[in-house]
Design a protein around this ligand. Structure first.
Ligand code: DX5
Ligand code: ZN
Length: 223
């Protein structure tokens, strides 16, 4: 399948967020990745429901919401309602879910894609009992919390192993990868088997979003 390029707005200029999202849309972004942080699960606070609500009104690319918050069960439905038809999916961190099956069911009941994210130190085996219910698995390639961190190379075999598990399974969730991915290493993660590739500073901190996304596409084509 075609690899999806997903800019993370965490690295956008928040004072001009609407323009930034329009710019990456015009530059060919497949989705936009919306990082929600609560200052508890991760040591940073980013954006929340009102921002999702405003962005949804500006015809954004499909919104890929990544919740890095404690007690996501309290919030998944509020985010989906805020984003309406603009939301393509919501991903929760497996480390934050006490009732994971219920969380996944609540997301799917709203008709959007249910994703589960794994921190770098969370093993793939944590997915075992929920694998067949999820629509997307997000492998974190940095510790969640901040943009602009260094890609953790030892996550490449983890992605490869997950690709192999999915290829041998009848159930085919998408693999998303997030953290430290830029033009110079995107081919590595594409070759390992990622379907959707998030990049924050690797896109928003470049001069031309269109040129960067098109070079990224070239780098992943055929991988
Ligand atoms: C990290 C976030 C990422 C981040 C990626 O906690 O989940 O989505 O914005 O930023 P870069 O691509 O700069 O590492
Ligand atoms: Zn993210």
């Amino acid at each position: 399948m075609k690899k999806l390029i997903v800019p993370s707005i965490l690295s956008a200029d928040f004072a001009r967020l609407g323009d930034e999202v329009r710019a990456v849309k015009d530059a060919g972004a497949d989705w936009i990745h919306v990082d929600v942080m609560d200052g508890h699960f991760v040591p940073n606070i980013s954006i929340g429901i009102p921002v999702v609500e405003s962005l949804a009104k500006s015809a954004p690319p499909p919104m890929d919401i990544h919740l890095m918050i404690d007690n996501p069960d309290e919030f998944v439905e509020k985010f989906i309602d805020a984003g309406g038809d603009a939301v393509r999916g919501v991903t929760v961190q497996i480390e934050t879910c006490k009732l994971l099956y219920s969380t996944i069911s609540a997301i799917k009941a709203r008709g959007v894609s249910a994703g589960i994210a794994l921190n770098p130190t969370t093993p793939l085996s944590a997915l075992e009992e929920v694998f067949e219910y999820v629509d997307m698995i997000l492998i974190m390639t940095v510790e969640p919390g901040f943009a602009g961190q260094k890609f953790i190379h030892s996550m490449v075999p983890k992605v490869r192993k997950l690709r192999d598990i999915i290829d041998r399974s009848e159930h085919k969730p998408l693999i998303e990868v997030d953290g430290g991915i830029k033009l110079d290493n995107i081919h590595v993660i594409a070759e390992a088997g990622a379907d959707a590739i998030v990049s924050g500073s690797g896109i928003f901190h470049t001069e031309s979003y269109a040129e960067t996304i098109s070079l990224m596409r070239k780098a992943v084509s055929g991988k």
